[in-house]
Design a binder for this molecule. Structure first.
Ligand code: UDP
Length: 343
């Protein structure tokens, strides 16, 4: 039996694929290469440049490889873009989930580990945020993840599919050795943006607001290393294999770092001053988002290890400094442009 990794050519999916292969699993990847890169796929995994929304092709892959479980990373994930293109997000994410669940039902596959997000909580009233916090997304992206979770719940109840929904906080860093890492175009995430300064790709960092209700006035976020995140996926897979009930788990390091703390930590990692300026607040940014991951620790037995800001930035720096332009530009970019323009 093989594990289907949807979105296995993306940032987090490609890290998960490596960990699964190391654990001796048979891995089949489906990725439409809209934001993923064929180059991020390691030898040893079967790869299909297929969109999860194409249920006919997806079904043929289930048939050919005797798929027994699914890890689902395939989704669009930029909050700002989702506000401008909500229909694209609902189509790619929500319809993508519908197509995947339909195919799972058709082929009797009963187990899925799902890449969810802290964005389902919106602006929480209480910190740290546990899984009982109200679901109140503030963007089409967060809404799409909340809907995808609900779809798994209803479809799971009707068709005996069990799921582990993993709600990520701010994922960062790269695999040891820096062979793969984060590559978005355009880049919007803080740590890669900060590292673009020492790479000579930008003059300075704009800090989005310094008048938040936090110790230094800049936003506090919970940064979780991608390898710790992947560990939680393996544990969630194991949890479902042992017959665990469908459940949701917050994945964060439970530590909060402000934007200024990240800039300072990056300066100490790269050994250079990183100039910054204070800009206006970015719409929709809450003061502080820090996870309680007690449930994942207790039920999955998860312990994040790389939780110091310097450790996380060091591993991201290794990747970005080795590959300043990220992955090679490939023909699939044409496909990306086509897909983006469809909605
Ligand atoms: N941020 C910033 N300048 C940037 C990019 C991000 O000040 O150029 C801030 C952003 O306002 C947020 C934090 O950094 O408070 C993390 O943002 P990111 O986009 O990485 O992740 P998010 O929290 O939105 O998921």
């Amino acid at each position: 039996m093989a594990i289907l990794v949807c979105g296995g050519a993306g940032y987090i999916g490609s890290h998960a694929v490596r960990a699964l292969l190391e654990g001796g699993e048979e891995v089949v990847i489906v990725d439409n290469l809209l934001t993923g890169f064929a180059e991020a796929v390691p030898p040893g995994a079967e790869f299909y440049a297929v969109d999860v929304r194409d249920s006919e092709k997806l079904g043929a892959i289930f048939q050919k490889h005797d798929i027994g479980e699914v890890m689902h990373f395939a989704a669009s994930s930029q909050v700002g873009e989702s506000v401008v293109k909500p229909l694209f997000y609902f189509n790619n994410n929500v319809y993508g989930m519908q197509s995947l669940l339909e195919t799972m039902v058709r082929h009797g596959v009963g187990s899925i580990v799902f890449s969810s997000s802290a964005a389902v909580y919106g602006e929480p009233l209480v910190t740290p945020i546990d899984e009982k916090a109200p679901i109140a997304p503030k963007s089409p992206y967060g809404e799409s993840k909340a809907i995808m979770e609900k779809m798994m719940r209803w479809v799971g109840a009707a068709h005996k599919i069990r799921f582990a929904s993993l709600r990520y906080f701010n994922v960062a860093g790269a695999i040891e050795g820096g062979a793969i890492g984060e590559a978005h175009a355009p880049e919007t995430h803080l740590i890669p943006i900060v590292l673009q300064v020492p790479l000579g790709q930008r003059r300075n960092v704009t800090v989005f607001g310094d008048d938040y209700d936090t110790p230094d006035g800049t936003c506090v976020r919970d940064y979780i290393h991608v390898c710790d995140l992947v560990d939680a996926h393996l544990l969630a897979l194991d949890y479902l294999r042992r017959g665990g009930e469908s459940d949701r788990f917050n994945l964060g390091s439970e530590k909060g770092f402000s934007v200024m703390e990240i800039i300072r930590a990056a300066e100490s990692v790269v050994g250079r001053i990183i100039p910054f300026s204070i800009g206006p607040r970015r719409a929709g940014d809450p003061d502080k988002l820090v996870a309680s991951s007690e449930k994942a620790k207790k039920i999955l037995g998860w312990t994040p290890r790389l939780t110091a800001a310097e450790e996380i930035i060091q591993s991201a720096w290794k990747w970005h400094s080795a590959r300043p332009l990220g992955y090679k530009h490939n023909d699939q970019n044409k496909l990306k442009d086509q897909n983006r323009n469809e909605h």
